[in-house]
Design a protein around this ligand. Sequence first.
Ligand code: UDX
Length: 435
Amino acid sequence: MNIAVIGTGYVGLVTGVCLSDLGHNVTCIDIDEKKVEKLNNGKSPIYEEGLEELLEKNLRQERLTFTTDYTRGLAQKQLVYIAVGTPQGDDGSADLTYVNAACRDIASHLENDAVIVTKSTVPVGTNEHIKETIEANLVNDVSISVASNPEFLRQGSAVHDTFRGDRIVIGSNDEEALELLEKVNAGFRLPIVKTDLRSAEMIKYASNAFLATKISFINEMANLSEKIGANIDHVAKGMGMDKRIGESFLNAGIGFGGSCFPKDTRAIISIGRNVENDMPILENVVDVNERQRSIIVDKLHKRVTDLSNKKVAVLGLSFKPNTDDMREAPSIDVTEKLLDKNAEVVAYDPVATENAKEVLSNKVHYATSIEKAVQDADVAIILTEWKEIKNFPLHEYKARMKEALVFDGRNCFTLDQVKNSGVEYHSIGRPVIYG
Ligand code: UDX
């Protein structure tokens, strides 16, 4: 099959590379010349496990190429994927500027009939709008149909998720387009859900909103467990063993961040608002998530009372481990709140420091190791469960800090590990341990 992918951001690049690995001929189009050149030389601008190897392999086998030229990129393509960004607009809804631009570019350069496939997360109804926009601007006498094929990729395991995901969702109101997409995806050997356009668009939002709800739910249970003397680890384990509930996404902590959950939960609320349908559950999911970031600082404040000029070591800044992504990272709010209380904040992250410098207050200092961050600190606060942070021996806190006082926002240690460590340990949804 001949395929074009518009946008070589995170989703577009992974999609293009993986489709070429199935044996399809793929041309990825991007306006960024430097990026295109880099990609044609086999260098990935993002780090994703396994991606660069597949990129090099498929370039070598001449099934994959990158271009800035729409005419060349779209020539003889049966399928054109739109995988451009849909950032959050001012009112919480998805901003479709890049999608609209891609539609106009397709309309100006398409020279044969094609199915336009949307990978980008777009509000329900957008695919119909895409069809209208392209058809209204078509330069050549060609016909198009549209389909939705949402992605469910996690950062850090996107290649794995593409080949080993739980399902592939394809939606179209055109039976032939559905059949074509089914053929394109057959090589992944995953269960395929075929549905109409609007349901496919909705599946993406509903899935992310449900996972976000699971996290806010477990955080609400954790806050209560802490107050009544239960242990959220045991509560989550006991709940998760019920297959109807499932054990994943029940890790209590300081809440979800990243490029998807916060944006998509707000976007679906905004979609509801547009059709006068309120979403009380999701409004509260967002609210609980925002509050969760304050709770850890409030607990710390209650314990230390006066934080002014106290050295607080912040360990982990990215929104989750194994990424340098700072988008909507809880560390942004937490460091802000600590600085408001006049604490001296010294942060450490294995890879996100450069990105963090762009979004955190310039009052934050950065350390080059955990040891340096916690040296002579009054308090340490863990915000991302990096392996390095989980493996940092507890006795090192005791040896290096002024007072071994640790607030763990990601429950990196079991309570048994903390016992007799000499560390006073506050975590999420579990009793305080005076080790
Ligand atoms: C998510 C979805 O998993 C993916 O299907 C979708 O396409 C994009 O959004 P991602 O943002 O990469 O992927 O990260 P994920 O691993 O899902 O974690 C999201 C956030 O939730 C992180 O901040 C993480 O720390 C938090 N989280 C996750 C919890 O707090 N508890 C959990 O149990 C799981």
